[in-house]
Design a protein around this ligand. Structure first.
Ligand SMILES: Cc1cc2nc3c(=O)[nH]c(=O)nc-3n(C[C@H](O)[C@H](O)[C@H](O)COP(=O)(O)OP(=O)(O)OC[C@H]3O[C@@H](n4cnc5c(N)ncnc54)[C@H](O)[C@@H]3O)c2cc1C
Length: 398
């Protein structure tokens, strides 16, 4: 290889950051990472931030991850790809050249054109969305002096379940902080398919359903969302009164791929060859790639390592390895200290599952940071953070 091999990574999430870190250890590569966000969104704990936890628990500054690393960090939004000149151009007009390009842009929310959803529902995919959601929860309770008639979570995948499981406790905490009389809190979960966690085995759906019912969460299956107004969600033709609808039911691949002429598969993900290569020297990983287990953080990390390893093999003059998908361990939290774990054929439910989840978070943070910083980050889970001054004061005294 003559001169450093320019690797341009676009997307500072699980896949992109992992690929950049693995490549930066090899001085033959000049690694640049472009991300629209200054922080890595640590999605698995975002539901905790959304229910009273600290922002720092679900966000890691990229500048901290890359400190002392041989990686150039650019905060910008990549908009276009020039395959002939091998460049990426960002929204502010700057262009970056590559020898190898790794794309890991994640997914965007899809409202499937349901009227009113985009305007009135809440989402918890970014810190800005989480902050807006939390502000709404507090404001509604402060103004009405009682909880919303219903808190409606749409989508019974892992995100919807984790949020629905944590919400009752958070709402009760806000009420207590504002010295309001305890009142029933109604959390509903709406799913279009006949069972919760439709991508997981039936016994797991059953156990999680039982646990959510124990927490008082009302479950509506075979229920289709048809529209939303300012104070109601229409489901199967009937209104559910609510000012708080959280949409977790739909994502689609990042528009960058459609805008830049990539081939999409039937699952609307980017089609690649057996090396996750979508075009010459252009690799697509994580949520964007049409692989069997894409849509999970562990898969994105695995893909990031896989691509880095193959680029190193190519630099060594070796043949790249074909991609072999690896089934991730699934852990879903449902309420305080309860989680379902699916690890190969093994199933664990309850407190032990929750302990495993905690351990996996600590290890997850260590994927990006040294143990001492990862531990500090992990410990933020056990303290709260609210913009609401009344809540902040009450929490500081509890
Ligand atoms: C709320 C939530 C909870 C989740 N919980 C879990 C869980 O518990 N366990 C699990 O395994 N998985 C979980 N996931 C899924 C997991 O987080 C994703 O599979 C994983 O983040 C995918 O990694 P990625 O690198 O493909 O994309 P991402 O991690 O989404 O990273 C994409 C990056 O690209 C950047 N970007 C976007 N557009 C541009 C642009 N135009 N230019 C430059 N940069 C751009 C973004 O800022 C972001 O940093 C969860 C997802 C969500 C939304």
């Amino acid at each position: 290889m003559s001169g450093a091999h320019k690797v341009l990574v676009v997307g500072g999430g699980f896949g992109g950051v992992r690929a950049a870190l693995s490549l930066a250890e090899d001085r033959r590569f000049e690694v640049t990472l472009i991300s629209s966000d200054s922080d890595l969104r640590y999605y698995p704990t975002l539901y905790l931030t959304a229910t009273g936890g600290k922002r720092a628990n679900s966000s890691i500054p990229l500048s901290r991850i890359f400190i002392d690393k041989n990686i150039k960090l650019i905060q910008a939004e990549a908009t276009s790809l020039d395959r002939t000149n091998k460049t990426i151009t960002t929204a502010n007009g700057d262009s970056y050249a590559y020898d190898s390009l790794i794309l890991a842009l994640g997914v965007v929310t899809n409202y499937f054109g349901v009227p009113g959803l985009e305007q009135y529902s809440y989402s918890i995919k970014t810190q800005a969305e989480v902050a807006r959601f939390k502000a709404h929860l507090h404001q509604q309770i402060i103004e009405d002096r009682h909880p919303d008639p219903n808190y409606v979570v749409v989508g019974a995948g892992p995100t919807g379940i984790e949020l629905a499981g944590a919400l009752p406790h958070y709402i009760k905490r806000i009420m207590k902080n504002h010295a309001l009389q305890p009142q029933p809190v109604h959390v509903d979960i709406i799913e279009a398919l006949p069972r919760l966690l439709p991508r997981l085995p039936k016994d797991t759906s059953r156990m999680v359903k039982r646990q959510l019912k124990r927490l008082g969460v009302k479950i509506y299956l075979n229920s289709k969302v048809e529209g939303q107004s300012i104070d109601a969600l229409t489901v199967n033709g009937k209104p559910i009164r609510s000012h708080t609808v959280i949409w977790t039911a739909g994502v689609s691949t990042h528009p960058f791929f459609v805008n830049n002429g990539f081939n999409l598969s039937q699952r609307h993900k980017v089609a690649t060859n057996m090396y996750l290569e979508a075009d010459k020297d252009i690799y697509v990983i994580g949520d964007n790639a049409d692989t069997p287990y894409s849509g999970m953080a562990q898969t994105a990390l695995y893909d990031g390592r896989y691509i880095a390893n193959n680029l190193i093999r190519l630099a060594n003059g070796q043949e790249p390895f074909s991609y072999v998908a690896k089934k991730p361990i699934t852990v879903i939290v449902a309420g305080d200290r309860w989680a379902a774990v699916l690890w190969g054929k093994l199933r664990i439910y309850g407190w032990l599952g929750w302990l495993l989840r905690e351990a996996s978070e600590l290890i997850g943070f260590h994927d990006f940071e040294p143990w001492n910083i990862a531990t500090k980050q992990w410990l933020t889970e056990f303290s709260s953070e609210d913009e609401c001054v009344v809540c902040a004061i009450a929490e500081s005294h509890s």
